[in-house]
Design a protein. Structure first.
Length: 91
C-alpha cells in the first residue's frame, strides 16, 4: 500500500482497522450472502439482471475490513443496477 501522510505531509503509520462484528452485523453479512445465492441464478432468466460476484461469507467479512474493496464495490454496483433497473452497468 502507499504511504499515509498527515496534514503536515509527514509520513505516519498506516491505520490498522480491526473489527469485531456484532450479532447484527453478522446477520447483515448473512443476508447479503443469502441474497446473492438466491438471486444470482436469475441472470440466466432475466437478461437485464446484473449478477453479483461469487463470494463466501468469509470473503465478505475480510473485504469489509479493508478501506477499499473491489468485492464490496462490485456488490454495490450490481445491486444498484438491479434496484434501479439500469440498462447500462453502474461503474
Amino acid at each position: 500500500m502507499g504511504e499515509v501522510r498527515d496534514r503536515t505531509n509527514e509520513v505516519v503509520a498506516e491505520p490498522v482497522y480491526e473489527f469485531s462484528f456484532s450479532p447484527l452485523q453478522q446477520w447483515e453479512i448473512a443476508f447479503v450472502y443469502a441474497f446473492a445465492c438466491t438471486f444470482n441464478p436469475q441472470y440466466k432468466i432475466a437478461q437485464s439482471f446484473y449478477k453479483l460476484p461469487d463470494f463466501t461469507p468469509g470473503d465478505l467479512e475480510l473485504e469489509i475490513q479493508k478501506q477499499e474493496s473491489d468485492l464490496v464495490r462490485n456488490i454495490i454496483c450490481a445491486s444498484l443496477g438491479n434496484i434501479l433497473n439500469r440498462k447500462n452497468p453502474i461503474e
